[in-house]
Design a protein around this ligand. Structure first.
Ligand code: GMT
Length: 388
């Protein structure tokens, strides 16, 4: 057992995969006995009720009349430094490079070198923002000045190195799911409220941004529903939602589509689905496909980014080139119309989620990184056997 640590975590606390991963990681670390301090502009939405070893520090932004734009980044850096000093933090673990890695650097400059910075790259902080010439140098600076950098897929590591010409080591820390929360639930009542027993449910969960290609979800569904009795369940909200609603109307599919909006209990919702659709343009990992996998629900999606590292084609789902909705619809039809294939793939999903992406395993990877940057002896690494 290593010495318990004091860890500050900063993330985007509202809806989003990076916020989910950061919050769930903080909860697991606190359960293990570490002291965890969330430093964010609001309470992370997955934090839940009061838990031992967890503390929350709100970043308040000055609205002094001289400021045309309230300086959130400076308020965050200053709060990080304040909490680190008052609570004796060992580590600041920031999720999403912009602006968090740079704020952490400022905090460290205020405090001194004993505070270590770990930055986790999640996706669009690199694949979208690092393409922006006005931000590129600053993101590279934040990465190069972190004590450790992690990324959620091999693909994201490669893209970061190439786009930003970075040579430093980046650790791989895949997304994870808590196996106590994500498992196949019995949701027959909920399911009966949405589909008849002979109908299959296709599902898509996202923030409805253009990178998610939700329009492809509708096209895939339209093609599959010509061949099988099906329903589409859409979960989440975002800028593309109105466009998607009118597309569904134009295609005359409104009677077959249910919009659930934002949902808290994702494991429960996923458990009613037969198939998850994830046809993204960019996806560094695809947390939702992992959540589905852990509930025994396979994904049909695109080969974008890190999705192939998660979804093994033909084993835990099926992948096609970005935009190839004919191929994706074909795969969806095959899975939904062949009960033996569906049962085999679903069993593979449960197995792979439990072993490769289990909470204990990935938390232990992060812990190893913390002790490494602090130069302190680490507890034994968790092995995959523990996860089964
Ligand atoms: O880039 C985003 O969409 C934001 C980010 C988030 O905050 O939700 O999502 C990314 O991080 C997730 C957690 O690591 C990954 O599972 C998602 O694949 C990734 N999204 C993209 O790359 C588009």
């Amino acid at each position: 057992m290593g010495e318990m640590l004091k860890i500050g975590i900063t993330c985007y606390p509202s809806l989003g995969g990076s916020g989910v991963v950061a919050t769930e990681l903080g909860k697991l670390l606190a359960e293990k006995g570490h002291e965890v301090h969330f430093i964010t502009h609001s309470v992370p939405f997955r934090l839940g009720t009061f838990q031992k070893n967890i503390f929350y520090h709100e970043v308040e932004v000055s609205d002094y009349y001289v400021f045309r734009y309230p300086p959130y980044d400076l308020s965050l850096a200053s709060k990080m430094a304040q909490v680190a000093r008052m609570r004796g933090l060992d580590i600041l673990h920031v999720h999403y490079a912009v602006p968090h890695a740079i704020c952490a650097y400022l905090a460290k400059q205020m405090l001194g070198d004993s505070l270590k910075i770990v930055t986790t790259l999640h996706g669009t902080d690199i694949t979208v923002l690092a393409q922006d010439e006005t931000l590129k140098d600053m993101i590279r600076f934040g990465i190069n000045n972190s004590d450790a950098v992690t990324a959620v897929s091999k693909d994201l590591i490669a893209e970061t190195k190439e786009l930003l010409e970075i040579t430093r080591h980046i650790d791989l820390t895949y997304n994870f799911v808590d196996k106590r929360v994500y498992y196949p639930r019995n949701c027959s009542d909920l399911r009966a409220g949405i589909a008849a027993p002979h109908e299959k449910i296709l599902m898509h969960i996202s923030n409805f941004r253009p990178v998610k290609r939700v329009s492809d979800v509708v096209d895939i569904f339209a093609k599959v529903s010509e061949r099988l009795p099906t329903r589409l369940v859409l979960v989440g909200e975002g800028p593309d939602l109105p466009k998607i609603q009118s597309k569904i109307q134009q295609l005359g599919l409104e009677d077959r589509v249910t919009f659930l909006g934002k949902q808290d209990d994702v494991a429960q919702v996923i458990s009613i689905a037969d198939l998850m659709l994830l046809p993204s343009e960019k996806e560094s990992f695809g947390l939702v496909a992992l959540e589905a996998m852990a509930c025994g629900v396979p994904t049909v999606g695109s080969q974008a980014g890190g999705i192939p590292e998660l979804v093994t084609h033909g084993e835990t789902g099926f992948l096609a080139p970005i935009g190839d909705t004919d191929q994706m619809a074909d795969y969806a039809y095959r899975l939904l119309s062949d009960p033996q294939l569906a049962a085999r793939i679903s069993a593979n999903c449960l197995d792979r989620a439990r072993t490769e992406f289990c909470n204990d395993l990935i938390m232990s990877e992060y812990e190893q990184i913390y002790y490494r940057v602090l130069g302190r002896p680490a507890p034994a690494r968790v092995s995959k056997d523990v996860c089964v």
